[in-house]
Ligand binder design. Structure first.
Ligand code: SF4
Length: 169
């Protein structure tokens, strides 16, 4: 039985299936290279936080209640290079919120990808359409991690990947 999927599963799924597999099978260690450290520093300093929230193993960067009808969460990133992967990660967090409120309120759920270095914010709403997209990604992730480890292929993401030496030693 696969362990619970995390935001990282969705992020890695959007970047590299080998990295996704490493993560799921606990081969991907938290080898904090300079890029990861920089991202953490940025997320800690770029915004003053209204609140932090953890659901299961997931922790959102920032959560706001702009009005009574809306819950807004944010994911703060260093750059928009992997925006599609960022988007899938945020969809996962939105799905957790949707599940959490399925027996209670039906407030609109909005996710924001924030790229403070680029002065950019991308808004994603949790809708029937994004829910289907999320379900499809989930099915593909579960299939990928239950299969053999995909052979590493050199892609642009390898340049900044902490698993570079592991893949191409
Ligand atoms: S080094 Fe490249 S192929 Fe290997 S896990 Fe990282 S991104 Fe994937």
């Amino acid at each position: 039985m696969p362990r619970s999927l995390t935001g990282e599963h969705y992020h890695y799924y959007g970047i590299c299936s080998t990295k996704l597999w490493y993560h799921h099978h606990r081969i991907l260690y938290a080898q904090e290279n300079e890029f990861v450290k920089l991202g953490k520093i940025l997320s800690e300093t770029a915004y003053s936080r209204d609140d932090n929230v953890a659901v299961g193993t997931s922790k959102f960067d920032l959560i706001r209640h702009p009005d009574e009808q809306t819950i807004e969460i944010s994911e703060i990133k260093r750059s928009s290079t992997y925006q599609e992967a960022d988007r899938l990660q945020l969809l996962h967090y939105l799905s957790l919120l949707a599940e959490a409120q399925s027996n209670g309120s039906d407030r609109e759920l909005i996710g924001k990808l924030r790229y403070p270095r680029e002065n950019t914010v991308v808004t994603i709403k949790w809708t029937d359409k994004t829910a289907v997209e999320y379900e499809e990604a989930t099915a593909e992730i579960l299939s990928a991690v239950s299969d053999e480890c995909p052979s590493p292929e050199r892609i642009p993401a390898c340049r900044k990947c902490s698993m570079r030496e592991f893949c191409f030693a």
